[in-house]
Design a protein around this ligand. Structure first.
Ligand code: CP3
Length: 347
């Protein structure tokens, strides 16, 4: 060996470091989830979803399940982006078949209803889970931590729930941009503190989920999404200069290019609406890409699944690529179709 760099045994981290492979590493967003019978069994033991996230035993077990079953190249911490508002003092409830619910923020209270700083003590079970997962993972498996991007988390805090077109947060951003900016600033600080503790506990890299990027237009995307994400990445790197980041700006179309150029990320996650041939020309020359199979193609399976998989592999064969779905795997997905996909990718 003449290289002074230690050999990277983790394939996914190697891609984030600029290497390319004939057969890309793969993981799946929401890979620990209801499509797995072993997940449903553990899930039935938890009182509710938020308690599940705060139980180091259960969170460790379900994080490891998809690694044992499929040998994915990355494990992602089992938790949720909404533990951040929860630790800021806005309790989160998950209503069965409806999704998350929280007390909506009231701008006239000027943040009186939340803490100034994130309560990291409340999140200590998450850090305990990270330490346990770290020590149980195979050495070739990359361990991903994560958080929601400020705009996505702020949208839940403003509306108190998921809303189809994000009308509450978009409207408030027009009517009271100062309030929305101040909320985002608080979430930047909270996310930096939270991610530094994730790094300390042992994650190898971090994905930032901007699930609602598609609801921002014009200068909103710069102000409320790209710039705050850039500040989070910079803030974490002040403590952990080598920390790697994947930024997933779901639904952001041509702005995937800006996420690649302007956030300081090491890779960009592409949603399933992005044309791989376009992204290979417009995004991949800037940074490695992650994605972007339609989750429903994996529900349907068959020859079409093979064709779409091949098209993605082919389009991204010229540069850095991490295979993933273009959004989370859905509960109806047959396990045989995930196995078929893995055979196709691994050969
Ligand atoms: O990817 C993983 O496997 C890691 C764990 C993870 C979960 N949520 C577990 C989860 C991650 C990274 C998330 C992120 C998350 N949570 C996002 C960003 C990614 C995205 O999907 O766009 C968002 C927007 C949320 C908020 C959230 N959590 C919603 C809207 C829901 C309800 C929808 C649903 O699928 O039920 C959740 C619940 C949730 N988070 C589940 C899981 C496995 C399902 C809950 C259950 O088991 O009943």
């Amino acid at each position: 060996m003449t290289s002074s760099k230690p050999l990277q045994t983790k394939k996914l981290l190697a891609v984030l470091d600029g290497q390319k492979f004939d057969r890309p590493p793969i993981w799946i967003m929401r890979q620990a989830g209801r499509y797995l019978p072993e997940y449903r069994e553990v899930r039935s033991k938890a009182k509710n979803f938020i308690e599940f996230c705060y139980s180091p035993d259960l969170a460790t077990e379900v994080t490891l399940q998809p690694i044992r079953r499929f040998g994915f190249d990355a494990a992602i911490l089992f938790s949720d982006i909404l533990v951040v508002p929860d630790a800021l003092g806005l309790p989160v409830h998950f209503v069965e078949n409806e999704g998350p619910k929280l007390q909506p923020l009231d701008p006239s209270l000027n943040f009186g209803e939340i803490h100034k700083e994130i309560d990291l003590e409340r999140l200590s079970p998450v850090f305990e889970a990270i330490r346990r997962i770290r020590s149980a993972l195979p050495k070739e498996t990359t361990f991903l931590g994560f958080c929601g991007a400020p705009w996505t988390v702020a949208s839940y805090m403003i509306a108190g729930k998921g809303t189809p077109e994000l009308a509450p947060s978009r409207l408030l951003a027009y009517r009271n941009p100062l309030y929305v900016q101040q909320l985002i600033d608080r979430l930047v600080d909270a996310s930096i503190a939270y991610l530094i503790r994730q790094a300390e506990a042992g994650v190898d890299a971090i994905q930032i989920f901007e699930s609602f990027a598609g609801a921002l237009t014009g200068d909103g995307i710069g102000k409320f999404s790209i710039e705050p994400i850039a500040r989070i990445i910079k803030g974490v790197r002040q403590k952990y200069p080598d920390m790697k980041f994947i930024v997933f700006g779901r639904g952001s179309g041509g702005n995937h290019v800006r996420y690649a150029r302007e956030t300081g990320a090491n890779a960009v996650g592409l949603d399933w609406g992005v044309d791989p041939q376009w992204a290979a020309k417009a995004v991949q020359p800037i940074l490695p890409v992650q994605g972007n199979l339609d989750p429903l193609a994996v529900v349907a399976g068959g020859d079409n699944l093979d064709r779409q998989t091949d098209a993605i592999l082919e389009a991204f064969s010229g540069g850095g690529h991490i295979f993933n779905f273009g959004h989370g795997i859905v509960p109806e997905t047959p396990i045989e179709n995930v196995e078929r996909l893995l055979r196709r990718i691994r050969g």
